[in-house]
Design a protein around this ligand. Structure first.
Ligand code: GLN
Length: 377
């Protein structure tokens, strides 16, 4: 018996295991190699010492939901009701799965852009839905909205978006959101917007959150991650923002999946969010890393593709080799001691443009050591 007969082990586990086995520098799976803030850790510790160690309320503790609502108001100008429109989740991946489990039934079609983060398609399939795959253009990874329109049928229930985009690092523009708004209104679609990298955005660009568009928000689940932005992916903390009528349904599912999320970390994050500099400083913090990585990589024969968000940088390797990207990524790990992610893993049909994803959420010294090795390729 298998509900997912064609699904293997996630590429992130595969590449991280290969990196460990070969003692390679791991620029594959997306996580920082530096620690999260001491202030944040102290806040969580305080919460534990103060006795916040029992079940949190099912939707999350109110101070954290209030702090999130305040941040959303400040950044995106949208009033979100902390009581009825925000649910704290164990991570962004869970927040996405739960949104799909809330609305997708057998026969429903879900539009997914490829390359697609690797949990999306299995999430839809396990809930009996039908993924409708639409390729992003290459090499700029833009959405062709005319193509999207042509794929909409009477069964289309949801469209999944991701900005800043994993694995490509591209971002959606206001014009994209305007096109989306037209389709959502015309066909009454639901939107699931994965915005886990919301604060990791560069070159003075603005994050085009669904939350900036009140008409879109009425039909949307918008998912976020604390781990991705506050450098603590191991905490598995995130949240889902959706209008009250959708949140009500979301919580019916959430209450029987995990019920609630660990309490002390919620108190710690609530206090941490009170200082806006903790998230306002993130674009500059990560842009410096991206720029440094690009500068170092200019000494290699890799060719960067343009990205303006997330902590991933795509690199084409055609000047080095004509191998398939999985073969190349494996050889790079085994023989040169640097792990990255082959982008074909994010296409159902294995489309291979000879591109590798590198995670630059690393200490300068790690990036330097990695590039010293990549120069030899
Ligand atoms: N989001 C991370 C990445 O893209 C991986 C998380 C995971 O391994 N599930 O690398």
């Amino acid at each position: 018996m298998s509900k997912l007969p064609n699904t293997g082990t996630t590429i992130f586990t595969v590449m991280s295991a290969l990196a460990t086995a070969h003692k390679a520098i791991n620029l594959s799976q997306g996580f920082p190699d530096f620690d999260c803030s001491d202030e944040l850790k102290a806040l969580v510790n305080d919460a534990m010492q103060q006795g916040h160690n029992q079940y949190a309320p099912m939707p999350g503790i109110m101070p954290l939901r209030e702090a999130i609502s305040e941040k959303i108001g400040k950044l995106y100008g949208q009033h979100v009701d902390p009581d009825t429109e925000i649910t704290i989740t164990p991570g962004g991946t869970y927040a996405i799965f739960t949104a799909i489990a809330t609305c997708i039934q057998p026969g429903d079609e879900v539009i997914i852009f490829e390359p697609a983060y690797d949990s999306y398609i299995p999430n839809v399939l396990v809930n009996g839905g039908t993924p409708v795959l639409i390729p992003l253009s290459f090499p700029d990874y833009h959405i062709n909205w005319a193509l999207v329109r042509s794929k909409i049928t009477s069964h289309t229930k949801m469209i999944m978006l991701n900005t800043p985009h994993n694995p490509t690092g591209t971002i959606l523009r206001a014009a994209d959101l305007q096109e989306l708004e037209k389709l959502v209104a015309e066909f009454n679609l639901l939107v699931l917007s994965d915005e886990v990298y919301e604060h990791l955005i560069y070159d003075g660009e603005t994050h085009q959150s669904i939350l900036r568009y009140p008409a879109l928000f009425r039909n949307s689940f918008v998912t976020f991650s604390f781990g991705k932005v506050f450098h603590n992916t191991g905490w598995k903390m995130g949240y889902c923002v959706a209008p009250a009528h959708l949140t009500q349904e979301y919580r019916k599912v959430h209450q029987y999946l995990c019920f609630s999320v660990n309490t002390p970390m919620q108190y710690g994050l609530a206090a941490f969010l009170k200082k806006p500099e903790h998230y306002l400083s993130l674009p500059a913090f990560y842009q410096e890393k991206r720029d440094y990585f690009l500068k170092l990589m200019a000494q290699t024969r890799f060719t960067p593709l343009k990205g303006q968000g997330s902590y991933f940088q795509l690199m084409q390797y055609e000047r080095i080799s004509q191998e398939g990207d999985k073969e190349f990524a494996t050889r790079m790990t085994q023989e040169f001691g640097v792990a990255g992610i082959p982008i074909s893993a994010f296409y159902q049909n294995g489309k291979d443009d000879h591109v590798i994803r590198f995670c630059f959420a690393k200490k300068k010294a790690t990036l330097e050591q990695a590039v010293e090795r990549l120069i030899k390729m």
